[in-house]
Design a protein around this ligand. Structure first.
Ligand SMILES: [Zn+2]
Length: 102
């Protein structure tokens, strides 16, 4: 997921990486995917990425973002394990999960 051009302001205290990873795993279960690896590291241009081998990488800055935004990035990247593009199906599924668990 690409980072917006404008900087995001941190609204909350950063959550620990372990908590973040457990959030990712909770969502992985809901969506029915199994990420091979979950990495958290500083990224310049993206909030997260998903490799074709099932390795997910999330931007360290995400730990400081509001829960709602974090969730969107997590679901976005996890969905790529199912749908590798941003087509209609991808957008429908993303919207569905975000709505369902609001
Ligand atoms: Zn994407």
């Amino acid at each position: 997921m690409k980072k917006p051009v404008t900087g995001w302001i941190s609204l909350e205290e950063a959550i620990p990486p372990d908590i973040f990873k457990s959030e990712v795993l909770t969502w992985a279960k809901r969506i029915g995917v199994t990420p091979k690896e979950i990495h958290i590291r500083p990224m310049k241009r993206k909030w997260g990425s998903c490799s074709s081998t099932g390795r997910l990488t999330f931007n360290t800055e995400l730990l400081k973002q509001p829960a709602e935004f974090r969730r969107e990035v997590i679901v976005h990247e996890l969905l790529h394990l199912k749908v590798p593009n941003h087509g209609r199906l991808f957008r429908a599924l993303l919207q569905g999960y975000i709505e369902k668990y609001k």
